[in-house]
Design a protein around this ligand. Sequence first.
Ligand SMILES: Cc1cc2nc3c(=O)[nH]c(=O)nc-3n(C[C@H](O)[C@H](O)[C@H](O)COP(=O)(O)OP(=O)(O)OC[C@H]3O[C@@H](n4cnc5c(N)ncnc54)[C@H](O)[C@@H]3O)c2cc1C
Length: 453
Amino acid sequence: MSQREFSSNGTGPESRVLSPESRFPELHPALDAHAAAIEANRCLFCYDAPCTAACPTHIDVPRFIKKITTDNLRGSALTILSSNVLGLSCSRVCPVDVLCEGACVMVRENYKPIEIGRLQRFAMDRFYEKPDPTWTTPAPVTHAEKVACVGGGPASLACAAELRRRGYAVTVFDNRPLPGGLNTYGVAEYKLRPQDSLREVEMIRSLGVEFRQSLVGESLSLEEVEKEFALVFLGMGLGTMERLGIPGESLPGVIDALRFIERYKTSPDFRVSGRVVVIGGGNTAIDAANAARRLGAEEVHLFYRRSEREMPAFKSEFDRSKVEGVRFHWLAQPTEVIGFEGRAAAVRFVETRLGDADQSGRRVVVPVPDSQFEFACDLVIPAIGQARLAELLEDTRGISAKNGLVVVDRPTGRTTNPRYFAGGDCINGGREVVDAVADGKRAALAMAAQISS
Ligand SMILES: Cc1cc2nc3c(=O)[nH]c(=O)nc-3n(C[C@H](O)[C@H](O)[C@H](O)COP(=O)(O)OP(=O)(O)OC[C@H]3O[C@@H](n4cnc5c(N)ncnc54)[C@H](O)[C@@H]3O)c2cc1C
């Protein structure tokens, strides 16, 4: 899709060529050594470390921060990596306000929490400037059983790294040209740049993990995988975005949020102009709306069919998009994308009200009669959630799936076929990078234990 397709009139801010750095300055810029030392010295090093308990990968936060205070940055990075091999991306993308920093005792005392995310980034950036050979040298292969990881996102990367460091030969299969999953293609650029995601991939490759590009289930069947590998980890994430299911959504000028984000992350000259409508109320909708503003859109309007109170996006993400200038419209549901001269030119909405709660506890959305209105725009970005990936499991190999998610034994990640384990978005329906890392690591430990038993 060309830049022209997203331009309303070919003039305006889209004609400015901005570097990725100026389009997407980092959300939390790096601390310098002096600022890091001051921040690290604010930490109380609590004996019960609620920050560590709040982290799904249980990074020993007081320990890595203490090492920063003594300028032992190598030790600090190794403390992080030993719990979370994707410590670099997690330091940038984790919603720290609801995880480690949200649990910091300083908050209870009405002080600013320790900036754990930025301190973690400080230690990880130093590590990647000069990776430590004691960490990156491949461990000898000491087990005959080989392991396959399907999908190259955070869940598989964590599983692969953990097993490889324990002496297992591991191959990661991903269908895309670049591994890293949503870290490479999906997470907003102002949080994580593709090159930073790929630095982690390269570090994991340096541990001795093999990467192959292949769509498992199509170019390579699970039966073929089973012939070569003793155990298989499924970390294939979720599928494409859900469709709106309304007339006109296939018109040019409609692009779902995942494709939109992937497009700008992989095309440096990608621009947007005019008036953009984003449909949805989650973090992905917010990411797309913020990006559209940064890419040159004069106006970005986000429509959500419930109210602000029900919006699933994190408050910090919502607050940020208000600063970006995104405008919010509550209680409106799209009913049609209206075309003009062959492309999207407006969206027809109906106003909604909230009825009683359904079985899931969410209040149902009720269209208000005779309340339709049209909203003119140049680009429509639906962001109403990712579909669940059931296709790979259609010939199930004895792997049970429920509502499109792989069913696992939670503590181990083992599926109903003992040769298969799973983790990340394909079991939880879409959470955070750090949850996928925790799942991958847990499954790796269970796989190693199963092989050794
Ligand atoms: C737009 C967006 C923004 C997000 N922002 C954040 C954020 O700021 N912070 C945060 O913590 N989390 C964020 N998340 C969530 C986070 O990205 C995911 O929870 C995490 O990436 C899940 O990891 P995963 O390994 O389970 O799956 P994925 O990252 O989706 O990786 C799965 C990989 O498997 C590949 N694959 C699928 N099927 C096959 C197959 N059959 N054969 C081979 N390969 C296959 C896919 O192409 C993909 O590369 C965001 C998600 C989205 C959609």
